[in-house]
Design a protein around this ligand. Structure first.
Ligand SMILES: [Zn+2]
Length: 313
């Protein structure tokens, strides 16, 4: 168990960036560093970058290190099993590899769960008893707090809302299934919606960049009032809202926290989500769920793995 009275190095292992922070005993990030992940260069180079980042943030001290990593992960061992977002990695004992090179305590947990735990302890979920936290960007990550505890399930694989199927005939998802929520409501899905609207003859300034469309460009265009971009965000919000509604009907959760790059669109996304939840959730008058933006943004996973490792045995 990581001591509560010392520093802790938290690292958010993202597909694009490795972001690290030295977290003090009160849960404040007192030092930061980041480097590009460059996952395509392979696992040995990425692991070396994680080691260097941890050493840089530790400044000669042997602070424990926690990595919030893409899954699937066996959270009891820190072993990654063929993560779809890290092609070619196969099965990697990330905790053992890092502990061997850093020679100190190392923790490895699922990034979406750690984001949820960070928001629960330090952000938009403070004081909540139950919470669903969604990170919507390149993919869709999600984490669940139930009765005041992070719920990770029988195999540490709970809360994969992004890979619940919403259309059996939908597009192929990165996980191999067809029609997962992620294939509709993450970045690629939003780009596909804009291309479909253009193909249907709708006019948009995004036509000029159709081959290089990104979720970020769509978000900016929507903020500027582009009707096609607004429509794509509205559809994305509707898909997310229906998936959220299904989760709330099942678990009677009172709070949903939304983060990630696509969530930067703010009310342009939150409003259609709330509309879809209100339209589909049974007993919504009694439940009145709150759907709010993340408070911690990119810091959530760093703070989450620090607090989780300090509190877990
Ligand atoms: Zn999937």
């Amino acid at each position: 168990m990581a001591s509560a009275n010392t520093g802790f190095v938290g690292i958010d292992f993202g597909g694009t960036n490795l972001r690290g922070g030295l977290v003090d005993s009160r849960g404040f990030i007192v030092k930061r560093a980041a480097v590009l992940t460059a996952a395509s260069e392979g696992k040995d180079k990425v692991i070396s970058r994680i080691v260097s980042l941890a050493q840089k943030l530790s400044a000669g001290e042997a602070f424990p290190v926690g990595v919030a990593s893409p899954g699937p992960i066996d959270s009891s061992t820190g072993v990654l099993y063929n993560p779809p977002n890290l092609p070619g990695w196969g099965v990697v004992d990330l905790r053992k590899e890092l502990a061997g090179r850093l020679n100190r305590e190392v923790y490895v947990q699922n990034d979406a769960n750690m984001t949820a735990f960070g928001e629960f302890c330090h952000g938009a979920g403070r004081g909540a008893r139950s919470m669903l936290c969604l990170t919507v960007g390149t993919g869709i990550g999600s984490g669940l707090i139930l009765d005041g505890h992070l719920y990770t399930g029988e195999h540490g694989l709970a809360a994969e809302l992004g890979h619940t199927v919403i259309d059996l005939n939908g597009p192929v998802c990165g996980c191999g299934n067809r029609g997962c929520l992620e294939s509709f409501a993450a970045a690629k899905g939003m780009v596909r919606q804009v291309r479909n609207l253009i193909a249907a003859g709708e006019k948009t300034a995004l036509q000029a960049v159709e081959d290089e469309l990104t979720a970020e460009l769509i978000g900016s265009a929507a903020a500027g009032g582009d009707a096609v971009a607004v429509k794509a965000l509205r559809r994305t919000g509707t898909y997310l809202g229906v998936a959220i509604s299904n989760t709330l009907a099942l678990l009677d959760i009172a709070l949903v926290v939304l983060g990630g790059g696509i969530a930067n669109a703010g009310e342009l996304l939150l409003e259609p989500i709330r509309d879809a939840v209100n339209a589909t959730l049974i007993d919504s008058d009694l439940r009145r769920p709150k759907i709010v933006p993340s408070e911690l943004g990119d810091d959530a996973a760093i703070l989450g793995i620090s607090s989780y490792s300090r509190s877990s045995t």
